[in-house]
Write a protein that binds this ligand. Structure first.
Ligand code: ADP
Ligand code: MG
Length: 677
């Protein structure tokens, strides 16, 4: 019934139906669920509570005969005074000359319009003779297109509710309605369109918020379940004792959070299902260490492992730290774009002949001519920097290998629930002991001399500094010019006492490498750089991070940059040079100075920017909810997630008839027939 075309609704003709189609409304159900995008509330409030320039409603008595004046071609202005709470308020109405005759001295009128608190004047957009309703009236406002007006749409919806309302089926089992105190689906639909009062609207919104979240959570969790069951992976029977020995040889003890994440990953390796897990942890929280142990476990099960990272510098660094950790426990090779010719051939053949157990590399890893003997475990670092295709290509170099993604971009809990609904998530939310909090300062540009002096002092104490150069344009070219200029300034300022290095994206891989090596060996003390140092670079002796034009970076990126320091046991500093114009910009700088916790920062960023902006438009893939708001309604989202977990773990969709409608909904969404990749 409800799936029939809207044209079947009385009063909707072909033309109207076509216009509705342009608004995404095709079926009768679409129409019933086409909710207003906002509501105007008309409610008389005391004059003293009215806010300047707000839309307000007042009730008063007409004091004088309206005076009418004409101007322009056909324009008119009607003015009169009304008495409200013993105060004289002036009312102005444009282009409603006809109202002059309707308004008599002594009449009670209800006026709605824009309030000018200074002049005690209301510019009327709506008026009604007589007193205001005792309760607030709520006017739904729809987002409409073309010739569809609010009035016309409302009428169509009303007819649809009258004639088809009885066919709206309840999706939620009735004990959910009782225990959460939610209205039935049809009552909630009615209240969304024609709320009798605020309370009714609030309940209706609560119902659809929950419904949307529950359906979404059921969908992603069901998909994940089906996927896991459909993708036979390898049960990697690693040698636990060897893994223990490996960990015992580390120069440090794992943190509780590392230990917990590691156990989750090892359990995935052992299970016959394929691992599809995200390891989240702030910069420096020790993800690489966990990844190394997992790689080692996989090797003891006679598999090969691959670690793919987005940049050459990062590949080099991971390669070095893995080699250190592994010693002669495994043969590890580096495969990047700059490995060419004979060297590359040798490496490729070693990988294919199983003479190599671990390959660290960039995109070079996923070239067509790279073949593994038996790739069992794939790790992708900074996974958001790779496309879906690239990740798939790497995966397909093995036979259903286990896959672990790593990211240092903390995803707010709110988004993690939704964005990674189809992945398992492990979180390292604890820093290794002994780390000092980075002190962060925010300053305007004119203190640059003082900053340089401060850097000099720290360098005399044996430490090092990064200076991230100003960001003028998106284009690399301009970045470089600035970096070069800043570099020369610093060289001049410090003359020969301090070595300054320069790093930017246009340098050749070998040059970059050389600069990084010099910085790592403290032959260079100040590194001027564009944001290429953003990810992963590890020079524990560097203690100062200066960031120019900090207001141009997102909070997450600033946090990433800041994470380049504070990696050793010395006190580190981050200095943000920024002159943000708006309040939001100032707020962001303040947040940076107040917290070192990436997750907290991400939550704040989300609040400031909203979920759509958080991931950037390109790869947002965030679900669109009609009523629900992921940030604001976070508690409901958590509840829905837990309920979905319970429903699926108890197999209620299949086995409990009260869940039948939910099951039908999932079927209609095509969950059970979806191609799983
Ligand atoms: P991430 O990859 O999360 O940025 P790393 O694994 O590179 O972090 O670790 C950052 C630094 O901390 C490295 O120098 C590493 O050796 C060290 N580290 C990792 N785990 C611990 C730990 N549990 N205790 C002390 N130091 C650790
Ligand atoms: Mg790392």
């Amino acid at each position: 019934m409800l799936s029939e075309a809207v044209v079947n609704v009385k009063g909707i003709g072909d033309k109207f139906a076509e216009e509705l189609a342009g608004m995404g409304v095709h079926s009768i159900e679409d129409l019933l669920l086409y909710f207003p995008n906002r509501y105007d509330v008309f409610e008389v409030r005391p004059l003293s509570e009215l806010i300047h320039e707000d839309k307000v409603t007042i009730e008063g008595r007409v004091l004088n005969a309206p005076s009418l004046s004409f101007y322009g071609k056909k324009k008119s202005r009607l003015m009169f005074n009304v008495e409200v709470e013993n105060v004289v308020v002036r009312a102005v109405m444009f282009n409603r000359a006809f109202a002059k005759k309707q308004l008599q001295i002594g009449d009670t009128v209800t006026l709605t319009g824009k309030w000018d608190a200074h002049r005690l004047q209301i510019t009327v957009s709506n008026y009604k003779k007589g007193p205001a309703e005792s309760q607030a009236t709520i006017q739904p406002i729809y987002s409409v297109k073309g010739n569809v007006s609010n009035v016309k749409l409302k009428k169509a919806i009303q007819t649809a509710i009258q004639n088809y309302g009885e066919h709206v089926t309840e999706l939620l089992p009735s004990d959910y309605l009782t225990s959460y105190k939610l209205p039935t689906r049809i009552n909630a639909i009615k209240s969304m369109h024609f709320p009798s009062n605020r309370q009714a609207l609030k309940h209706a919104r609560r119902r659809f918020t929950y419904e949307e979240f529950l359906l979404f959570q059921l969908k992603v969790q069901l998909l994940r379940k089906l996927k896991r069951e459909a993708t036979q992976g390898n049960a990697q029977l690693f040698q636990a004792q060897k893994v223990k020995d490996f960990i015992n040889d580390f120069p440090f003890r794992l943190t509780g959070a590392q230990e917990r994440s590691l156990q989750q990953i090892l359990a995935d390796l052992k299970s016959p299902f394929r691992m599809n897990r995200l390891l989240q942890g702030d910069v420096g929280s020790g993800k690489t260490a966990v990844a190394a142990i997992a790689l080692y476990a996989s090797i003891t099960a006679n598999k090969q492992g691959a670690l793919m990272v987005p940049t050459e510098i990062l590949a080099e660094q991971h390669f070095q730290s893995l080699k250190e950790l592994f010693g002669d426990r495994a043969k590890i090779v580096l495969l990047t774009g700059s490995v060419k010719g004979k060297k590359r051939k040798e490496i490729l053949s070693a990988i294919q002949n199983n003479e190599v157990q671990i390959v660290v590399g960039t995109h070079a890893l996923i070239q067509d001519d790279v073949f593994f003997h038996d790739l069992g475990f794939v790790i992708v670092d900074e996974q958001h920097r790779f496309g879906v295709e690239q990740r798939r290509t790497l995966r397909e170099k093995g036979l259903q290998p286990d896959v672990l993604f790593m990211t240092a971009t903390p995803i707010p809990r709110t988004l993690a629930i939704t964005a990674f609904g189809d992945m398992d998530v492990s979180v390292i939310d604890q820093m290794p002991a002994g780390r000092k909090e980075i002190e962060t300062y925010w300053t305007k540009a004119n203190t640059f001399d003082r900053i340089l002096q401060f850097i000099e002092k720290r360098i005399q104490a044996g430490e090092q500094a990064y200076v991230i150069c100003p960001l003028i344009e998106e284009s690399d070219k301009l970045d470089i010019q600035d970096a070069v200029e800043l570099y020369h300034q610093l060289v001049e300022y410090y003359d020969s006492s301090i070595q300054v290095g320069l790093m930017h994206g246009r340098l050749h891989a070998e040059e970059k490498d050389q600069v990084m090596q010099q910085f790592a060996r403290n032959e260079v003390q100040v590194l001027v750089s564009t944001t290429v140092v953003e990810v992963g670079v590890n020079v524990p002796n560097a203690t100062i991070m200066v960031i120019y034009d900090a207001e141009r970076f997102g909070l997450s990126q600033l946090h990433q940059l800041r994470g380049r320091v504070g990696r050793g046991d010395k006190q580190s500093y981050c200095i943000l040079i920024a002159d943000p114009k708006g309040e939001v910009g100032k707020e962001r700088m303040k947040i940076m100075t107040e917290t070192n916790n990436g997750f907290e920062l991400a939550e704040q960023d989300l609040k400031l920017r909203g979920p759509g902006d958080f991931f950037g438009k390109k790869q947002s893939g965030m679900p669109e909810f009609k009523v629900a708001d992921m940030v604001h309604d976070y508690r409901a989202l958590e509840t829905a997630r837990n309920d979905a977990q319970f429903i699926l773990s108890q197999n209620l969709l299949e086995e409990d008839p009260t869940y039948h409608e939910l099951k039908v909904h999932m079927e209609n969404e095509g969950i059970y027939t979806k191609k799983l990749d």
